[in-house]
Design a protein around this ligand. Structure first.
Ligand code: PBG
Length: 330
């Protein structure tokens, strides 16, 4: 009892604080999202994501070498598809010579040990900006799952280590797992975006890929019929449990900061690794406030990432990965 027990003893100096610190951020924690575009020598800054770029395959190669040298050993690939290749059937998504498939090969040829995860969803390929096939104002579940399964096999064939379905259709994990097994890709893993909320924090990402739902008649203007209602908690656990039962190797909660209660509950509930996606809007907010001089960029970045890990994340997909490693090395 006080005054015999004084909690401040364990906080008295940086040395004792280092000794008792429970959560440490390291390069091993990160999945690095990368945006790939067609063309040559392209490194386009994304306006709503300062210091983050869309890269053509030649620059992807350079980026991957740099990441590997920095100790970052996993990437999560996304592609920006030109409008003329978009349709309502996911045709380009299953093209074995498509941009995603080439990007996978580029990374693997450049740096064979780099872990490659790929986004599996139709939105970048969809003329309507939806994660699935749209008919009469509805996102069709089974038809979409069929394409996602073919897409996953195509990514595995190109050399992906993990496919990462981010679409939130029902039953897609089982269908993807079965498709991979049927084709002999028994070692290709699945990281499921299992508790993915319909969030306004995805705005900058949709700018990056030009993938927002379009505003035309009979096309839903948001993704609320498949992504989760942010008011819900039990549903996140049910979704995650089902994805594990269907064969997910890694599950995910997305976005990060607003959903740390969910992260902790899921962490307490399941025994597979839990990933958290600190999304584009979370990145943009920190960058914007720091640009104005209103927040200390590095301090806020580390506080947020540490909070995400403390909540239970075993890995974090974050646009800050390089910033963090640079900071840790100073
Ligand atoms: C698309 C997808 C999205 C993100 C990852 N995959 C956007 C969306 O669901 O609309 C968001 C990532 C981010 O905001 O950083 N399936």
């Amino acid at each position: 009892m006080y005054p015999l027990i004084r909690n401040r003893r364990l906080r008295a100096s940086e040395s004792i604080r280092r000794l008792v610190r429970e959560t440490i951020i390291s390069p091993d924690d990160f999945l690095v999202p990368l945006f790939v575009v067609e063309g040559k020598n392209i490194k386009d800054e994304i306006p709503s994501m300062p210091n983050y770029y869309r890269l053509s395959l030649d620059n992807l190669e350079k980026e991957v070498k740099e990441l590997w040298k920095m100790g970052l050993c996993s990437v999560l690939l996304f592609v920006k598809v030109p409008d003329n290749l978009k349709d309502n059937a996911g045709t380009e998504a299953i093209n074995d010579n498509g941009l995603m498939q080439l990007a996978i090969k580029t990374v693997k040829n450049t740096c064979p040990e780099m872990l490659v995860m790929t986004d599996v969803a139709l939105d970048p390929y969809s003329s309507y900006g939806h994660d699935g096939i749209v008919t009469d104002g509805e996102i069709l579940n089974e038809e979409t799952v069929e394409i996602l399964s073919e897409m996953s096999v195509s990514h595995a064939k190109a050399g992906a280590d993990f496919v990462a379905p981010s679409d939130m259709m029902d039953g897609r994990i089982l269908s993807i797992r079965e498709a991979l097994e049927d084709e002999g890709y028994i070692n290709t893993g699945i990281m499921s975006y299992s508790a993915k909320y319909a969030s306004a924090f995805y705005g900058p990402f949709r700018d990056a890929l030009d993938s927002a739902p379009v505003d035309i008649k009979n096309v839903p203007k948001d993704k609320k019929t498949y992504q989760m209602d942010y008011a819900n908690r039990y549903e996140a656990i049910r979704e995650t449990q089902m994805d594990i039962d269907e064969g997910a190797d890694i599950v995910m909660v997305k976005p990060g900061l607003c959903y740390l209660d969910i992260v902790r509950e899921i962490k307490n509930e399941v025994d597979v690794p839990v990933a958290v996606y600190q999304v584009s809007g979370e990145y943009a907010m920190v960058k914007a406030a720091a640009e104005k001089g209103w927040l200390d960029h590095d301090a806020v970045m580390m506080e947020q990432l540490t909070a995400i890990k403390r909540a239970g994340a075993n890995m974090i997909a974050s646009y800050f990965a390089k910033d963090v490693v640079k900071l840790l090395n100073t």
